[in-house]
Design a protein around this ligand. Structure first.
Ligand code: NAP
Length: 308
C-alpha cells in the first residue's frame, strides 16, 4: 500500500486565495489594509527564510507587512521596546516575534517577549491569555503550525471524533496546542515526549499520528498502524551522504537533490512509512506552507476583531 499524499502546499495556496477577498473587504471598510509586524532578532539563516516567506504571503494577499530587525547582540529590553511600539501602532493588527530569540537575551526571553505582546495582536497565539483561552476551547488566536495541521485534517475529511490521536513532541509552539486542538475535536489524545516509554508501541495505537520532535526519521514503520494518517511537522536538514543513503534509495529524487545541493530537507517520519500509512504529509510541501497560510489567516482575524 502507498499512502495518499496530503498536499499541504496546494491546500495552502487555496486557503491564501480564499483569504484575499477578506483582505479587500477589510481594506475597503477601514481605509487601510490589515497590518502584520514581524520582529526578527539575530541572523539565523532558517529564521530569515521563514520570515521572508511569511512576509511575502501576507503582502501578496494585500496586507501591510513590516519587518523590524534586531541585531544578534540586542538585549531583551530592545525586543520588549519593539513589541511595545508595535502594540500601540494603529496600522499594525498582528505581531509575530520569530523564535528562537538570540541566546544572549536570556533563558526566559521568549516567555517575556510573548507575554509583552498585546493578546489581541498575538498572531502566533503564544500569549498566556490566548493559550488559556485555547485550553478552555474559547475563540482565540491559535499557534499557526498546529492550526495548519488541523485545517489539513479537516479539509481532507480525516475523521477525528472518537479516534485515537498520538502527538509526539510537547513544545508550547507545536505539540501542546496540537494535542488540545485534537482533543477539542473529540479525539482521544496521547501526548508523547523524550521520556515516553515504548514510544513506537504507543504511536502504533494511533489513527492519527502527529510528529513534531525535530528528529530526522524518528518515526519508522513499526510506529505506524496500517492505514493511519501521519502528519509530519518536523523539518530537518541532512547534510551527510551516509544519512541520505540511510533514508533514500539509489535513483531517488532526494539523492539527486543531495548530489546537487549538498543537503536535503527531511521530516521526522522515515520515508518507508509511506508503505504503511493511509495518508501522509510530505516534507517539504506539507505543514510548512500551511503554517504560513495560517499566519495570514490569523493576521486577518486579528485585524477584523480590533475596534476602530
Ligand atoms: P522542540 O521545542 O525542540 O520540541 C521537540 C519535542 O519533541 C520535545 O517535546 C521533545 O521532548 C520531543 N522529542 C525530541 N526527541 C524525541 C524522541 N526521540 N522521542 C520522543 N520525543 C522526542 O521543537 P518544536 O519547536 O516543537 O519543533 C518540532 C519540529 O517541528 C522541528 O523539526 C521544527 O523544525 C519543526 N517545526 C516545523 C514547523 C513548520 O512550519 N512545518 C513549525 C514549527 C516547528 P522533551 O519535551 O521531553 O524534550
Amino acid at each position: 500500500m502507498t499512502a495518499r499524499r496530503l498536499d499541504g502546499a496546494a491546500l495552502a495556496a487555496r486557503i491564501r486565495a480564499e483569504l484575499v477577498p477578506r483582505v479587500a473587504a477589510f481594506t475597503a471598510a477601514r481605509g487601510r489594509p490589515p497590518g502584520l509586524g514581524v520582529v526578527l532578532a539575530g541572523n539565523r539563516p532558517e529564521s530569515e527564510i521563514y520570515v521572508r516567506n511569511k512576509l511575502k504571503a501576507v503582502s501578496d494577499a494585500g496586507c501591510r507587512a513590516d519587518l523590524v530587525r534586531i541585531g544578534e547582540g540586542a538585549s531583551l529590553q530592545d525586543a520588549l521596546d519593539v513589541v511595545a511600539r508595535l502594540n500601540t501602532d494603529d496600522a499594525i493588527d498582528a505581531i509575530l516575534v520569530q523564535s528562537p530569540l538570540p541566546g544572549g537575551m536570556g533563558k526566559d526571553a521568549e516567555h517575556r517577549v510573548f507575554e509583552a505582546i498585546d493578546p489581541a495582536k498575538d498572531v502566533d497565539g503564544f500569549h498566556p491569555a490566548n493559550v488559556g483561552r485555547l485550553v478552555q476551547k474559547r475563540p482565540t488566536l491559535v499557534a499557526c503550525t498546529p492550526l495548519g495541521c488541523i485545517e489539513l485534517l479537516e479539509r481532507e475529511r480525516i475523521p477525528l471524533a472518537g479516534k485515537t490521536a498520538v502527538v509526539i513532541g510537547r513544545s508550547d509552539l507545536v505539540g501542546k496546542p496540537m494535542a488540545l486542538l485534537l482533543l477539542h475535536r473529540d479525539a482521544t489524545v496521547t501526548l508523547c515526549h523524550s521520556r515516553t516509554v515504548d514510544l513506537s508501541r504507543v504511536a502504533a495505537g494511533a489513527d492519527v499520528l502527529v510528529v513534531a520532535a525535530g528528529r530526522a526519521g524518528l518515526v519508522t514503520r513499526e510506529f505506524v498502524k496500517p492505514g493511519a494518517t501521519v502528519i509530519d511537522v518536523g523539518i530537518n536538514v541532512l547534510s551527510s551522504e551516509s544519512d541520505v543513503h540511510r533514508f533514500f534509495p539509489p535513483e531517488s529524487a532526494k539523492r539527486k537533490t543531495f548530489a546537487e545541493k549538498g543537503s536535503v530537507l527531511v521530516g521526522d517520519v522515515h520515508p518507508e512509512v509511506a508503505e504503511v500509512a493511509g495518508a501522509i504529509t510530505p516534507v517539504p510541501g506539507g505543514i510548512g506552507p500551511l503554517t504560513i497560510a495560517m499566519v495570514l489567516r490569523n493576521t486577518i482575524t486579528a485585524a477584523e476583531s480590533r475596534r476602530g
